[in-house]
Write a protein that binds this ligand. Structure first.
Ligand code: NAD
Ligand code: TYD
Length: 336
């Protein structure tokens, strides 16, 4: 039986990915290894935590001993999500980003290599390519030009992965995806933050002129792309994944206001994020051609479904607002 290690499986995308694997009933054992930082929430997999093919281990990807212990359980493939992921936090303090995203990835790679894994999917971001002007798209050949400490730490990890492929013939594949949205996203990112503020009739902070552009992909489409890469991706290759749904932040904000029936007076233009990238746009034709994958969600439908999910799960958002989710581990697993 294949044993898949998923790092960061208690975060937004990792938990959606594990749910996809279990729903598909693939014949794989899954090991979820997560440090449960502020962004990790066991409740993201609440309905699945007793599944016989899912095991959880709390640990740090930068801790070689803990990582070796997990690999020695017979891990055959890895999907590496664990990261510090929020740009604004990286501007306040880049330290944890370098430690987890760079050192953590290197530690994982060394352990994975010595345990002879057959596939390592490194989940990265389109932000490593930097910022675009009004036209053009990022392809896999676009030079890396990260602008924030977050994207620089991800680009560094991508380069370390690349060097292991080149030097050791290590079977790694890199994915670079655009902005995700959907259920279980931590309410510090634009969409869940704005939904949860608007539900409370609180204002929403739009950075700068609100005309920065992001390409939005439903997390389910991203996870299906990662699964396609896990199954069919060629070692050493990079695959861009995107949602083909570019929107300005203002278009998105207006859509959320309309969907929740809230007035434009709740919009607050605030000081811009330092170094704020203007536009991201992804050319994902390589993944479409070579993996037979393509994004399925129509953005407006996906956004509606996402708003519905947050309205239907107020206790999930509230537990984060009150900090109760951080205590969930103790109630389920005792003291760490
Ligand atoms: P997230 O912040 O929601 O979750 C990160 C998870 O990693 C959390 O569960 C956290 O506890 C865990 N983690 C953090 N540090 C760890 C450590 N040292 N050891 C073990 N676990 C640790 O992030 P996300 O949005 O789910 O993103 C997952 C991955 O996808 C990241 O690598 C990110 O760069 C990439 N990505 C995200 C997006 C996006 O729009 N969110 C887009 C493209 C790529
Ligand atoms: P975010 O969700 O942080 O993702 P990223 O910076 O990785 O793309 O932000 C998405 C866009 O929304 C980005 O242009 C910054 C902007 N933004 C705001 O205008 N206000 C906010 O409160 C946040 C969190 C983001």
């Amino acid at each position: 039986m294949e044993k898949i290690l998923v790092t960061g499986g208690c975060g937004f995308i990792g938990s959606n990915f594990i749910r996809l694997l279990l729903q598909k009933d693939l014949p794989w054992d899954i090991v979820n290894f997560d440090l449960l930082t502020y962004a990790g929430n066991l409740a993201n997999l609440k309905d699945w935590q007793n599944h016989p093919r899912l095991k959880f281990f709390k640990g740090d990807i930068a801790d070689r001993q803990a990582v070796d212990q997990v690999f020695s359980q017979g891990i055959t493939r890895v999907v590496h999500f664990a990261a510090e992921s929020h740009v604004d936090r990286s501007i306040l303090d880049s330290g944890p980003f370098i430690r987890t995203n760079v050192v953590g990835t290197q530690v994982l790679l060394d352990s994975a290599r010595s345990h002879k894994v057959t596939k390592f999917v490194h989940v990265s971001t389109d932000e490593v390519y930097g910022s675009l002007g009004d036209s053009g798209f990022f392809t896999e050949e676009t030079p890396l030009a990260p602008n924030s400490p977050y994207s620089a730490s991800k680009a560094a990890s991508d380069l370390i992965v690349r060097s292991y492929v080149h030097t050791f013939h290590f079977p790694a594949v890199i994915t670079r995806c655009s902005n995700n949205y959907g259920p279980y996203q931590f309410p510090e990112k634009l969409i869940p933050l704005f939904i949860s503020n608007l539900c409370r009739n609180e204002p929403v902070p739009v950075y700068g002129d609100g005309l920065n552009v992001r390409d939005w992909i439903h997390v389910e489409d991203h996870c299906k792309g990662i699964l396609a890469v896990l199954e069919k991706g060629q070692p050493g290759e990079v695959y861009n994944l995107g949602g083909k749904s570019e929107r300005t932040n203002m278009e998105l904000t207006k859509a959320l206001l309309q969907s929740l029936g809230k007035p434009d007076s709740l919009i607050r233009y605030v000081k811009d994020r330092p170094g704020h990238d203007r536009r991201y746009a992804i050319d994902c034709s390589k993944a479409e051609k070579e993996l037979g994958w393509q994004p399925q969600w129509v953005f407006e439908n996906g956004l509606q479904e996402t708003v519905r999910w947050y309205l239907d799960n107020p206790e999930w958002v509230n537990s984060i607002r009150t900090g109760d989710y951080l205590r969930y581990y103790q109630t389920q697993y005792g003291n760490s």
